[in-house]
Design a protein around this ligand. Structure first.
Ligand code: SF4
Length: 419
């Protein structure tokens, strides 16, 4: 009985995407293929992007036999070139299963996106859950005419501020939602500061070697002064409801590498206002610097990790620091009553593998984590699985993992109220 299973979706040689009712939708978790029922899917959220995957054929389930099979030719015209399709989800949505495909030998590495499963049931459906109700980065919240007007005003008022120039480039060239929000005067404002990093993530979004898929952003090339940072932060804080400003953006390295500048900027901000949440997105590699920033007035810290287990973490972050630094940094913040969240890169089949799930609960408890932000890992799944090189048993399910974690669930850095 497979009526409750969505149809497989595939693309033809011209990139036309269509459903094939003969095969049911299959999702992937690590190296495992699983048939998807409608209950595991949601309607494709607005802002999703559909990708046709080169050198990869779609995998589905034969509704008659229940067998998992690869679609090798177009069922409508018999042509041979058929391609797997995946969806890149919009912000605030977390993937629960990956797209399922069979890769041919000369398939190129996929660019730095997340490849989530997509099917068809009276419309496109996907395996995901909304993990944050905030419309902070909903596509219909961005209006480029307002952004351009905002940039014009910021440049005319703060013309010599190099950070304003950098962020206007981020807004207009990369379409960075944080920079778009800054110039529209809403939600969370970005404060990039660091050209360097003490890790070398395989999926780094600001720096990639020439023989790998390009990073979606380029790294900032200068360190702004504390005055330039405070100027941008204060202008955002005074003009926005429930303001958040965040160090550690996609267009920079690790902010702790320039923590002295950040410390002085926080002091300048806190001299002027007690409003706004000052947040640090970080790899949390330098606990003593985190302590200094907390003493200067840092309100919250978000620790980026692909895994709470050293072996899996080191394989991805390739850090020049010890894994135990993350726990120490969290405890420095908690011992001062500050807010700590995890920026967890979700990968079905790894994040919910029994050992990983157990370690996540342990880390949350020991560090006193307040919130988990369930983000999607943006990397070719086959590259990631080869890289971590662990035979992991099938996962408990991402949805079950998320629902089993008792601390605050989200996707964005929250406003924590006036100090
Ligand atoms: S910690 Fe951030 S900046 Fe550093 S390598 Fe990783 S993704 Fe890139």
């Amino acid at each position: 009985m497979t009526d409750n299973m969505p149809d497989l979706v595939f693309a033809d040689c011209n990139g036309n995407i269509m459903e094939f009712p003969g095969l049911a939708m299959v999702g992937r978790s690590g190296d495992y293929f699983l048939p998807m029922t409608a209950r595991e899917t949601m309607a494709l959220p607005e802002g999703s992007q559909l990708y046709v995957l080169p050198g990869r054929q779609p995998v589905g389930m034969d509704r008659e036999t229940g067998e998992v099979v690869t679609l090798t030719e177009n069922p409508y015209d018999g042509s041979s070139a058929v391609y797997a399709v995946a969806v890149f989800l919009p912000a605030a949505h977390t993937q629960t299963y990956l797209a399922a495909w069979k890769k041919n030998e000369c398939a190129p590495e996929l660019p730095l996106f997340a490849y989530t499963s997509v099917g068809w049931k009276e419309g496109f459906v996907t395996t995901a859950m909304r993990t944050d109700a905030s419309n902070r980065q909903d596509p219909d919240m961005f209006h480029m005419d307002l952004v351009r007007e905002g940039i014009r005003k910021w440049k005319s008022d703060l013309g010599s501020n190099r950070l304003v120039e950098h962020l206007s480039h981020c807004a207009l060239t990369y379409g960075c939602p944080a920079a778009l929000n800054l110039f529209q005067g809403r939600e969370e404002g970005p404060l990039p500061t660091s050209p360097s990093c003490n890790a070398s993530c395989v999926g780094c979004i600001s720096k990639q070697p020439c023989d790998r898929p390009p990073s979606p952003q380029n790294r900032i090339t200068f360190v702004p002064s504390p005055e330039e940072i405070a100027e941008v932060a204060l202008r955002h804080i005074v003009s926005v409801e429930n303001p958040v400003v965040s160090f550690g953006q996609g267009c920079e390295g690790e902010p702790l590498m320039v923590s002295d500048v950040i410390r002085d900027a926080i002091s300048l901000i806190r001299k002027k206002t007690t409003e706004g949440t000052i947040n640090l997105n970080t790899n949390a590699s330098l606990p003593s610097k985190v302590a200094e920033l907390a003493d200067a007035g840092l309100d919250s810290m978000r620790i980026s990790m692909n895994s709470p287990r050293k072996k899996t973490y080191d394989a991805y972050f390739r850090p020049s620091y010890g894994f135990d630094a993350l726990m120490k940094s969290a405890l420095e913040m908690k011992s001062r009553g500050r807010f700590v969240s995890l920026n967890l890169f979700v990968f079905p089949g790894v994040t919910d593998a029994p050992k990983e799930a157990e370690a996540l609960h342990g880390f949350i408890e020991e560090a006193g984590v307040d919130m988990v932000q369930w983000r999607n890992l943006n990397l070719d799944p086959d590259v990631y699985l080869d890289m971590i090189g662990q035979q992991l048993p099938s996962g408990i399910g991402i949805r079950r993992l998320i629902e089993g974690v008792s601390v605050r669930r989200g996707y964005f850095n929250p406003y924590l109220g006036r100090k």
